[in-house]
Design a protein around this ligand. Sequence first.
Ligand code: UDX
Length: 441
Amino acid sequence: MNNRPRLTVIGTGYLGATHAICMAVMGYEVIGVDVDATKIARLSEGEVPFFEPGLPELLTKALESGRLRFTTDFAEAAEFGDVHFICVGTPQRPGSEAADLTYVDASVTELARHLTRRALVVGKSTVPVGTAARLTELIHSTAPAGDQVELAWNPEFLREGFAVDDTMKPDRMVFGVTSAWAEEMLRAAFAPVLAQGVPVKVTDLQTAELVKVAANSFLATKISYINAMAEVCEATGADVHDLAEALAYDERIGGKFLRPGLGFGGGCLPKDIRAFAHRAEELGVGQAVGFLREIDGINRRRRARTVDLVVELCDGDVSGKKVAALGAAFKPNSDDIRDAPALDVAATLARMGAEVIVFDPAAMDNARRQHPELGYGDNAIDAARDADVVVLLTEWTEFRELEPAAMTAVVRQTKIVDGRHALDPVKWRAAGWEYRALGRP
Ligand code: UDX
């Protein structure tokens, strides 16, 4: 059994669906479980319910292999699996900075109720440090098999848009375990991944939980660092774009996650740094990560400052002005609009009285649902028709490749705010556009 454990994946969102599909493609027998019957029906029919390059093809392949199926039945999953991965969401709790563990607690409880033999439950969700210890107690007191069931923690670092690659060949794996058996089971569950030479860090549960939030906090800090430099650049006439490039040549600093602009959003970085700061305060070490609140503050200011630039280009008043908003997703190659800086800016401008027309290559349905008050175009050119200002908010390749002349033909005024430093200012200025970007003269 240890050579090829049978796997279940509880929670079939971005993380879980990708994990279930990739593990089946790599040769494992997998059941994906979710309480959302619609999602399960769509996945069973071969439809990925979100935008992720490469994943639909792999879902087809996995279903055809006969190794992957989906269910809403926890008893069936518990009976089937040797290793159960918990991949449910941990969003920000409404009215608080803390993580909402409702889905983690509910799925672990429901699974444990049916565990009648030795099995390994593996947490992948991002949780506050200490959660695994609490869940261990919960499992032991709930599962008919009692302490025959072990818990391990294996944080997930996948990026949306690169989810398949990040799952099949991650930078590293972290195994938080409390026994040699658990480590052995995890090594068996990830044998094809480890065979590629992917490094593994074996550690305790609490360190494994912390690795994830520490990594995301570092990434958020790096982005906010360069955006803080952009604020200083704005006060001095310096160019943050050149500054970032010059810093990046230092290998100790590196150029990744040093792209200035509108800042970070999405379902992970913003809520993870808030939940981490909150948890640290509970533990009495709030001061140690107090800087994360500043990181969050710098990031929020980028959105406000982008709105300011649009207002400036509208001579101080956006009411009645037409603004073309290019991008809605929190980053390119995704249809995810959770805490999306782009939509935040678009909605703020609309509240200030502007007529905002949004276009995004993938996130239109999600954006329309959340922001029915905004206008929507059929493409970038359509959105820009009669615009007083164009504002680029998500750096999709098709926006990077826009020809100024094509836009000039449709807009009312040739004014553009490049919220993502995605365009060539020389080219746009040469074509007669007033070009503005955060942190650039
Ligand atoms: C992130 C982590 O990268 C991943 O390891 C973790 O598992 C989940 O959270 P993701 O949310 O998919 O992944 O997006 P990521 O590519 O990290 O981008 C996050 C945000 O930062 C985006 O809004 C992006 O536009 C922004 N960003 C990124 C910048 O503003 N500047 C940069 O230099 C890099």
